[in-house]
Design a protein around this ligand. Structure first.
Ligand SMILES: Cc1cc2nc3c(=O)[nH]c(=O)nc-3n(C[C@H](O)[C@H](O)[C@H](O)COP(=O)(O)O)c2cc1C
Length: 356
C-alpha cells in the first residue's frame, strides 16, 4: 500500500488526482490582444502538468468587459476566439494526466482607471483602499457602491465565463472569493458597510457569494467540479484580517459547505501561521467547519512542508515553487533540499521571458 501522503491519489468526485500537488492560480499579465495569454504562458501550464502536477490552475480570468479587470494584460474566456485558444491547452493538460481548473475573478475595489475598460470601479461600499496601487504608486479610485443592476451584471459575467470554461473543456471552475477582490469585499465587514440585504450579518455579507455560486452551479455539468477560494488577507491593506474572529470565518465556511461546491481552496501567506489568535492555522480552522475537501497554500516549498500541510488539508497548491522550479514535483518526490522563494523572485512572472 502506498502510504506516501503526497504521492497518494485523491478522489474529487469523479476525478482521481494522481498526487496532492497542484499549480496555484497565477496571474501573468501577458495578454496583448483579445484577452488571450501569450503562447509561452499557456505552454507553461502544460509543462507543469507534464512534469507531474496533479492539478493545474489558470491565472485569474476576468469575468466581464466592464469593471472586472484589475491588472493589465489579464485574460477573458467569453468569446469563441478565447475559448478556442484555451481548448488545446486544456486537452494537453488532460493528456498529461492532470486536472485543469479555470479560476475566475472580479477585481472589485482593486481597480485601476487606466486599464478598466469602462472606467467604472465598483464594490459593496465606497471605501478606498488605504494602500496605494503597488504597480502605479497612485491611490486607488473611489468605488461606486454597487446597484442592483451592477450585482446582476457581475453575476452574469461569472456565469458566462464559467460557460466559456466548460466550452473550452476545463474539468473545474473556481470562483475567486479571496485576496480582497470583489467577492472578498462583500464577505468582509472591513469593506462591506451596506445596510441592505448584502451587508451587516455574516449571512447577508455571504449573500453575493451565494448568488454567484447558485447562478454558476447550473452551468457546471455533473461530471465537472466547482471550487471556491477564500483568504483572510487581501492584496491591499495586507495587515488587515478580513474576518474579525475565528467564529465569523468558520460561519462563512459552514455557509459555503451548504452550497454545491466540490472543494474549498484556502489561501494563506504562511500555512503554518496560527490565525485569529486561536492557536490553530487556517487549514485546521477550515477543517473544523467543513467536511468538503480542502486545498491549502502559502510557503509550502519542500517535502517536509508539503507533508505538514497535508495533515490538515487534502491538496497542496504552490505558486512560487511551481513557477520558478520546473522540476518541483519530482524534487519533492525525491525529498531534495529546496529553498523557499522570495516574493520578488516571482516578478519574473510578469516579464516576457519564457519560463522553463
Ligand atoms: C505571480 C503570482 C501571481 C498570482 N496570481 C494569483 C491569481 O491570479 N489568483 C489567485 O488566487 N492567487 C494568485 N496568486 C497567489 C498564489 O496563488 C498563492 O496563493 C500565493 O502565492 C502563496 O503561495 P506560495 O507561497 O506557494 O507562493 C499569485 C501569486 C504569484 C506569485
Amino acid at each position: 500500500m502506498n502510504l506516501d501522503p503526497i504521492f497518494s491519489p485523491f478522489h474529487l468526485k469523479n476525478f482521481r488526482l494522481k498526487n496532492r500537488l497542484g499549480v496555484a492560480p497565477m496571474t501573468r499579465m501577458s495578454s496583448v490582444q483579445d484577452s488571450i495569454p501569450r503562447d509561452d504562458v499557456l505552454e507553461f501550464l502544460v509543462r507543469r502538468a507534464k512534469n507531474g502536477a496533479a492539478l493545474v490552475y489558470t491565472e485569474a480570468i476576468v469575468t466581464d468587459y466592464e469593471s472586472a479587470q484589475g491588472y493589465p494584460g489579464q485574460a477573458r474566456l467569453l468569446t469563441q476566439r478565447q475559448i478556442d485558444a484555451w481548448k488545446p491547452v486544456v486537452r494537453a493538460i488532460r493528456d498529461a494526466g492532470a486536472v485543469s481548473v479555470m479560476q475566475m475573478f472580479h477585481c472589485g475595489r482593486v481597480s485601476w482607471p487606466e486599464i478598466n475598460p469602462a472606467g467604472r470601479t465598483i464594490a459593496p461600499s465606497p471605501i478606498i483602499p488605504r494602500d496605494n496601487n503597488h504597480l502605479t504608486g497612485k491611490p486607488y479610485p473611489a468605488p461606486d457602491a454597487m446597484s442592483r443592476f451592477d450585482i446582476d451584471h457581475v453575476i452574469l459575467g461569472f456565469v458566462e465565463t464559467a460557460k466559456g470554461a466548460i466550452a473550452a473543456g476545463f474539468d473545474a471552475v473556481e470562483i475567486h472569493g479571496a485576496h480582497g477582490y470583489l467577492i472578498s469585499n462583500f464577505l468582509s465587514a472591513y469593506t462591506n458597510q451596506r445596510d441592505d440585504a448584502y451587508g451587516g450579518s455574516v449571512a447577508n455579507r455571504f449573500r453575493f457569494a451565494r448568488e454567484i455560486i447558485q447562478a454558476v452551479a447550473p452551468v457546471i455539468p455533473e461530471d465537472r467540479l466547482l471550487f471556491f477560494r477564500i483568504s483572510d488577507w487581501g492584496v491591499v491593506d495586507l495587515d488587515v484580517s478580513l474576518f474579525r474572529t475565528k467564529e465569523e470565518y468558520q460561519e462563512i465556511i459552514s455557509l459555503l459547505s451548504r452550497e454545491p461546491l466540490d472543494a474549498i481552496s484556502v489561501s494563506t501567506y504562511n500555512f503554518q501561521a496560527p490565525a485569529f489568535g486561536a492557536g490553530r492555522n487556517m487549514a485546521q480552522l477550515t477543517r473544523e467547519a467543513t467536511s468538503l475537501p480542502i486545498m491549502i497554500c502559502g510557503q509550502i516549498y519542500d517535502r517536509a512542508t508539503a507533508e505538514l500541510a497535508l495533515q490538515d488539508a487534502d491538496i497542496v497548491l504552490s505558486a512560487k515553487s511551481m513557477l520558478l522550479n520546473p522540476d518541483w514535483v519530482q524534487d519533492v518526490r525525491l525529498g531534495k533540499p529546496l529553498r523557499r522563494y522570495r516574493s520578488a523572485e516571482a516578478d519574473i512572472a510578469y516579464t516576457d521571458t519564457p519560463l522553463p
